[in-house]
Design a binder for this molecule. Structure first.
Ligand code: IVH
Length: 664
């Protein structure tokens, strides 16, 4: 190849690799095989070996780190990196808004609400669209030049989508949550000491003088803040955030533009929920006056601006002592280890217990009795043990030994892969769990049939399986403790109502291993009746999008079981609804015939209903975006699928767009 042809080929490969890197590191949705990637990367290195001038700082080959430094150069920030005032109280946040309202007219109280990312603050600088410098915050005026370390971060583009003359953006480097767990696992396997938390590990990584070592850590970056810039016209914070994104930089997952106090507080509350799905840790919301022209007027103290405020969410993680492990038998007989903790205050409640999931998890955590453990509580979710604080180990901690028996299980417990199981599915505890699962709100929703009544019914020998419920009468029920005739009547009415429930509720309520409520809805949409589902073979089930091999096998096993077949026959006898709702048959020649759609994000109607509409018009619904996708039906909060569809040039539609297509 001629020099020129080499350069062209190099440019092409570099562009391709950048796109793949973006799909892999930023969107977590790889688009090529490792093999194909490696081949392209190898070819790129060969071209650079032949022609070293191709090895520019923007080449993907430069992500691997350069020569070690003896110390970091100091860089003075053109615009200081300030900190934020913060508060834990919504009342204080309201007072901040009041202070702002003294300067701004009430009807111009427009704020952005952004996640407060709990990473390590940095500033990155692009000149003529090329990444030229990255610095730490330092004391806010002067920081360390960590350009070479930042260059190794795959989610940081080395070139911008547009050649802006000068752009400095502030943000946070972080260790993606999932990657951190894996990273520690690998260290454990190698017999190395584990890292306590992602933030400190990130800070330590950025301080390494050898960027080759930094390149080995899967750090990521997210950018939101304003530094020096030239050659672009921006007047508001929300435009800034949109520009950051449009230039191809990794922006925060979400931000809100709020027009009054009510919207502002609603955004702060919504962020408190959705932040759990972000790949980085967040510890609050940052509220900023949107219009920059007010910033000058509001001014700043020596440390923090008066136009912004951080509202911090209460800590949802705490460290406490693992005092004991007890064991709970679930509806499928699986024995779950439960951590009994020294009580600790967490996000407004006292936490005493947390799930340990299974014995693999105990091994992964290397948890021992007496350990100091990090626990997390996220909203309504059961608290979870995240890790062990190894620095607190004394050597007197005791190993957790899996039990061989359980007081609620006759006979020995048996191993089933990583799970310990009570093989006797007719033991009273397992029966009780099955019944409570069946009656719960998300399943058959049986009024009045809660845990304590289930307990009594089983202990009194009145109910042994789901079908027995429908043979209960008033006398039996009112004979139970705290059961007047009135409440007995209510329970019977609840049971009566459950006979007519949608079939997906019954499918979910049966407690088939791996079949959650979502999968049950999918099944309902694919089979005319429960009888038809019961006859389906694994291949038929697996052909359904969203039903994988493991779930298919579990469904087949459930319906082949003789006892389950008898149970089903009795439930049918009892008058339960086995029929799926009538629906139009996928019309051949329908407006969506031959088209494949993918649904993502939040919509005004349940996903399965939208899928039905598509199928009724002759279309197919797939679960992942590929070149074969014709349309992406994207709702609010659409994430990686939307990005992928945009990259592949696939048409993106909303619910209105779907209506139009179907009506065509
Ligand atoms: S704005 C002049 N926005 O929190 C305004 N900071 O506690 C300066 N941080 O130094 C900061 N997420 O490192 C801003 N969305 C966000 C942020 C954020 C995290 C960090 C930042 C700042 C520190 C203050």
């Amino acid at each position: 190849m001629s020099k020129n042809a080499d350069a062209q080929r190099h440019a092409k490969l570099a562009e391709q690799i950048r796109a793949w890197d973006r799909a892999y590191y930023v969107e977590a949705a790889p688009v090529v095989s490792d093999r194909e990637y490696d081949a392209a990367y190898h070819e790129l290195l060969e071209l650079e070996a032949k022609q070293p001038e191709l090895r520019t700082p923007e080449s993907p080959s430069q992500r691997v780190g350069g020569e070690p430094l003896s110390e970091f150069r100091q860089v003075r920030h053109a615009v200081p990196m300030m900190s934020l005032d913060n508060t834990y109280s919504q009342e204080e946040l309201g007072k901040f808004v009041d202070r702002v309202a003294k300067v701004l007219p009430e009807d111009e109280l427009v704020f952005t609400v952004e996640p407060k990312v709990d990473g390590v603050a940095v500033s990155v600088r692009y000149e003529d669209g090329r990444f030229v410098q990255g610095t730490t915050r330092g004391d806010g005026r002067t920081g360390d030049d960590i350009t070479e370390n930042l260059r190794t971060i795959r989610t940081l583009p080395l070139t911008l989508k547009k050649k802006v003359p000068l752009l400095e953006v502030r943000g946070e480097v972080y260790f993606p949550r999932a990657a951190f767990a894996k990273f520690n696992e690998a260290r454990a396997a190698a017999g190395e000491e584990l890292y306590a938390n992602p933030r400190n590990t990130t800070a330590g990584s950025l301080k390494l003088l050898d960027s080759k070592l930094v390149a080995k850590r899967p750090l990521a970056i997210v950018l939101y803040g304003v530094g020096q810039f030239e050659g672009i016209e921006i007047a508001t914070q929300h435009e800034w955030l949109e520009t950051v994104k449009a230039l191809g930089l990794p922006a925060t997952e979400r931000f809100w533009l709020t027009r009054n106090r009510e919207e502002l507080f609603a955004a702060v509350d919504e962020l408190a929920e959705v932040r759990r799905d972000f790949p980085y840790e967040t510890d609050g919301a940052v509220v900023k006056v949107d219009e920059w022209r007010w910033h000058e007027e509001l001014g700043a103290t020596s440390k923090a601006p008066r136009w912004a405020m951080a509202y911090k969410y209460e800590a949802e993680q705490a460290i406490t002592v693992l005092e004991n492990v007890t064991y709970q038998i679930g509806r499928t007989g699986v024995v779950t280890p439960v951590a009994e903790l020294r009580p600790v205050a967490l996000a407004g409640t006292t936490v005493k217990r947390a799930t340990l999931h299974n014995f693999d998890e105990i091994k992964r955590l290397d948890a021992r009795l007496g350990d100091h453990v990090l626990v997390e509580k996220a909203g309504e979710i059961i608290p979870k043990v995240l890790g062990v604080v190894m620095e607190e180990r004394t050597g007197r901690e005791k190993e957790i030994v899996p039990p061989t028996t359980h007081p609620d299980c006759p006979g020995e417990l048996v191993w089933d892969g990583i799970f310990l199981r009570c093989p006797d599915l007719d033991s009273p505890t397992v029966i009780k769990r099955r019944l409570t699962h069946y009656a719960q709100r998300g399943a058959m929703d049986i009024q009045g049939l809660g845990e304590s009544l289930v307990e009594q019914l089983v202990d009194a020998g009145l109910v042994r399986d789901l079908a027995d419920l429908y043979e209960l009468n008033v006398e039996q029920l009112s004979g139970l403790e705290r059961m007047a005739e009135k409440s007995a009547q209510n329970v019977l009415e609840g049971l009566e109502a459950s006979r007519g429930r949608e079939v997906w509720r019954l499918v979910f309520g049966l407690g088939i291993t791996h079949v959650g409520a979502g999968a049950a809805r999918v099944l309902e949409a694919h089979f005319p009746s429960l009888d038809a589902l019961a006859e389906a073979d694994a291949a038929t089930l697996e052909a359904i999008d969203d039903i994988g091999g493991i779930m298919a096998a579990s469904i087949v096993e459930f319906f082949q079981d003789e006892a389950n077949r008898k149970l089903l026959a009795r439930l049918k006898e009892a008058g339960l609804n086995f029929q799926a709702p009538e629906r139009p048959v996928a019309a051949a020649g329908g407006p969506l015939e031959g088209k494949t759609l993918v649904i993502t994000g939040a919509h005004s109607r349940p996903r399965e209903e939208l899928a039905e509409t598509i199928r009724a018009a002759g279309g197919k619904v797939a679960s992942s975006v590929s070149k074969k996708t014709d349309y992406l039906l994207a709702g609010e909060k659409a994430g990686s699928k939307l990005k992928k569809a945009q990259d592949l040039g696939i048409e993106v539609i909303d619910e209105k767009g779907l209506e139009k297509l179907v009506a065509a």
